[in-house]
Design a protein around this ligand. Structure first.
Ligand code: AFP
Length: 325
């Protein structure tokens, strides 16, 4: 079974990008150790502070962020990083060729119930100039060099794309190596499974309400088939399920905070997941167009997300075009 390093070398990946990806894996193995210690390591529960998003930080949000930040800025390949847990960018090596945006622990509200969480990362080209600023991170998702996540589940898995399909690797806990277990992920074009937080139904825009109503109507309704629902409350886990067996995931705009276009963040959630989904034959949209075409305006910018099996995403987006709101 091929190891990650060998797979990257066989695909002629630049040496400094290999080094960067291995640094991310090293950091995520350290996060794995923290997570698997659970209550015994004293890192569960709230950190008693809020992050730049105004969200209460879990202790493991802070621990994971520090592990990734320190590992990456010490890597010779990284010019700077942006993190969900950092207000501004953090400079790395002036000679680094890459910028990294990451969500150190996505789904962290699941930590205290021992449910799935993950680390999501987006790798972009660094500017040629020596100085680096937040502006340099504001690249459309289509310019990503690589994107991926590490899912801390019953097994620890790395899911990665460098622009030539999506590969899945499983951590061999004995050797500490990530082993290639799926060499080309392909998402089913059709699905009978959707993921949404139904408790927000009354706040959605009418087109999304109409789309979900028709899914719930099942074989008696206009879709003429029954659907199943899942909601892990960790995007990384819901996206992993979709990469494995298809489906539609959406966190749409809602009117609770009309100025907030969505809950999920563009730079380190929607863009990396959008690259993985598209590279696996799926689609990743806001309610009006492909996520990867968005020109970012701020590093913590939020967007509505509709992603997964391409035919179902197109159906959902069509409701918004027929019923503009
Ligand atoms: P946390 O990291 O704060 O748990 O948020 C996770 C997340 O950003 C995303 O991973 C989930 O899909 C979504 O929020 C869940 O949001 P709800 O808790 O509103 O369902």
């Amino acid at each position: 079974m091929q190891q990650l390093t060998q797979q990257l070398q066989d695909n002629n990946t630049p040496a400094d990008l290999i080094q960067l990806i291995l640094s991310i894996c090293r950091a995520c193995k350290e996060i794995t150790t923290q997570l698997q210690g659970g209550a015994m390591t004293g890192v569960l529960g709230s950190a008693g502070a809020e992050n730049v998003q105004g969200e209460t930080q879990k202790k493991l949000d802070v621990v994971s962020n520090d592990i990734l930040k320190q590992t990456l800025i010490a890597s010779g390949s990284v010019r700077a990083v942006a993190s969900e847990e950092e207000e501004t960018i953090v400079a790395g090596n002036d000679e680094g060729h890459y910028l990294v945006a990451f969500d150190p622990l996505d789904g962290s509200s699941n930590i205290d119930i021992n449910s799935m969480v993950g680390t999501i990362f987006s790798i972009m080209p660094a500017p040629a100039s020596a100085a680096v600023s937040e502006q340099d991170f504001l690249q459309p998702g289509r310019q990503q060099v690589a994107a991926g996540y590490v899912l801390y589940g019953p097994s620890v898995m790395l899911v990665l794309s460098l622009g030539d399909g999506v590969q899945m690797y499983t951590l061999d806990q004995q050797t500490g190596e990530f082993i290639l277990t799926v060499d080309r992920v392909q998402i089913d074009t059709e699905t009978r499974e959707f993921a949404i937080n139904m408790s927000n139904q009354r706040f959605w825009a009418p087109p999304m309400q109409a789309y979900i109503d028709d899914l719930l109507a099942g074989s008696d309704g206009p879709r003429e088939k029954n659907f199943n629902m899942r909601w892990v409350a960790a995007m990384v886990a819901d996206v992993h399920r979709i990469l494995c067996r298809g489906g539609l995931f959406t966190y749409p705009w809602d009117k609770r905070d009309p100025d907030k276009p969505g809950k999920l963040r563009l730079m380190y959630e929607a863009n990396p997941m959008g690259m993985l989904i598209e590279q696996a034959g799926g689609a990743a949209y806001t309610d009006s167009g492909p996520i990867l075409d968005i020109q970012p305006e701020k590093i913590h910018q939020r967007v509505p997300v509709i992603l997964g099996s391409i035919n179902e995403v197109n159906t959902c987006v069509a409701y918004h075009q027929q019923r503009p709101f």
